[in-house]
Design a protein around this ligand. Sequence first.
Ligand code: NAD
Ligand code: GLY
Length: 365
Amino acid sequence: MESQKLSFSRHHSYEIFLGSEILPELVGKLSRMGFHRRTLVVTNDVVAKWYLEPLTAELKKRNFEVQSIILPSGEAEKNLQNANRIYSQMIAFDIDRGSPLITLGGGVIGDLGGFVASTFKRGIPYIQFPTTLMAMVDASVGGKVAVNLPEGKNLVGSFYQPWLVGMDLSTLKTLPLAQLAYGLVECVKHAVLADPPYFKFIMKSRSEIKNKDIGVLQRLVRRSIHIKKAIVEEDEFEKGKRALLNMGNTFGHALEVLGEYRRFHHGEAVGLGILFALGMAKELGILKEDYSEAINEFLNDFDLPRKMGKEFHPNDIFEAMLRDKKRNQEEIRLVLPVALGQAEIKAVPASELKELLNAVIMNLY
Ligand code: NAD
Ligand code: GLY
């Protein structure tokens, strides 16, 4: 089992462990962290079928009293209603500030469970056991936790770091290929932001990735954590460079909201968001190296959408982008690529965005 340590000035440090078939070791680690012997596991129906019983058994072996809450799966479940359900169960189970909440699942469960942990009794410890590539390479790293509102994605949330993250790569064996591809989009995002050799590695390892070669998946997870860790340790609360990690998100979130969190998966929306960012950078004349073709080819190879569908009207996209968080008065901050491995944050006046949007999204119909 390997690990990477994340350290934040105002908070404690914590470790991210990764390896294959490591559940007993992970539970061993958490059982030595001095928590009260009572824990609630938050998961969903799909993940519970495979992984809840083994986790519960390991926890019980170490004298934890365990309850679980099994939510339906899907982005539309990352909401305040489910946060309320979890709060109610925690109160009934008498969870106190020394009892950890454990999230077992993808980014939806991690974001929702982390949000609940950050707010319940002004904050209780939480442990993340991510089971999707998306959650391993991105969502479980860096402490952004949130729920969606009908008006916008992640509009209610906080920065709240977990006490431990345990990534058992063997859980990816049951992950459908489409879901693996969604996570891979985040790896590509990290690579195009900061690491051209990583981009080349992803492109040349596509068949191993499709075959879920654990060694290759572990390299992806390790590399992405490394890139994200460097950024979030420097800028935990997104005052500056952490915003780079939002490449493709402002546009992608707009598509997710307009599709009522069902039409596009987050990974699909971010893939389209990267194409949008490239188009926008071209329109604004800041793109020195255009790698749109490579991105298009990658998306095509993994059956990810390269077009968004005619039902999304520029005005609706514009309004949804304005409701996203990355906005400052009348400007919207977009992360725009400059070259492979280089991007910048550009404040675009809302009026200018409206004009440019029409031109850029023509290529996405
Ligand atoms: P998800 O949590 O919906 O999981 C995807 C699907 O895979 C679900 O149907 C789930 O039931 C299933 N699943 C999970 N693990 C499985 C396994 N091992 N085997 C079989 N099926 C499995 O989606 P996701 O892609 O993991 O995460 C997307 C969410 O993450 C979005 O809400 C996004 O906003 C959030 N996110 C957050 C951050 C952050 O920094 N906090 C970063 C990136 C994404
Ligand atoms: N997913 C963007 C971030 O963690 O900042």
